[in-house]
Design a protein around this ligand. Structure first.
Ligand SMILES: [Zn+2]
Length: 213
């Protein structure tokens, strides 16, 4: 498969150097590590010696379906740039990003979820463990979409470009806690939290520097 979509934003999971296409279907870093896209089209970027957690197929938040919140998140997307969705549970938001002229990609520890994304949307799909350092360069992304995945505020802040956005959705009762957890790294932009059928969708702007006390 062609791997051009992976050019310019990935980092080697073994040595953290830039990772770019070096041959048909193959990405490599300057240390000589090589990674191949599988036949179904997703790229496996797991450091050697690490095992991925058991495949959950992607999980939603608190048992809610994502259909009510997808259009709300789609309306919060930036106008241009690369947007990475962490642990997507379905292809809807990737489709919305494609329709909006963005460069969408997905990262997940679920091969099943990624294979569905690739077959239904053609987006770039990266198999990685979101609980570890992400195989993504600093300041590579215009926005991140995190709904079902655990919060990793240091990684969110690192991979977003200055002025980048974090879009998230959580159950209504957890929305205040979400803001508290992200506050040192992210601030409210001019948008307000939007309730959407049991979810609250929020868009936060990356702080220039983490707040220190
Ligand atoms: Zn490497």
């Amino acid at each position: 498969m062609e791997v051009d979509r992976f050019e310019g934003w990935l980092a080697c999971p073994d040595c953290e150097r830039d990772l770019d296409p070096v041959a048909v279907g193959v990405l490599g870093c300057s240390s000589g590590h090589r990674f191949e896209a599988n036949r179904r089209g997703h790229l496996g970027l797991v450091a050697s010696g690490w095992r991925l957690p058991a495949d959950s197929g992607g999980r939603g938040v608190a048992g809610h379906g994502t259909s009510t919140v997808t259009p709300v998140l789609a309306a919060m997307l930036p106008r241009r740039g690369r947007v990475l969705e962490i642990a997507p549970t379905g292809p809807d938001l990737q489709m919305a990003m494609l329709g909006a002229g963005l460069i969408p990609a997905a990262m997940s520890s679920s091969t099943r979820a990624l294979d569905r994304i690739v077959s239904e949307t053609g987006s770039g799909a990266v198999l990685a463990d979101p609980a570890r350092r992400w195989p993504i360069r600093d300041a590579a992304l215009a926005a991140l979409v995190v709904t079902g995945a655990s919060l990793a505020p240091i990684e969110f802040h690192r991979v977003l470009a200055p002025g980048g956005f974090l879009l998230s959705a959580t159950s209504d009762e957890d929305a205040a806690q979400l803001m508290d957890d992200l506050y040192p790294w992210f601030e409210h932009d001019q948008s307000r939290p939007v309730p959407a059928g049991g979810w609250t969708a929020v868009r936060l702007r990356r702080r220039r520097r983490m707040l220190a006390w």
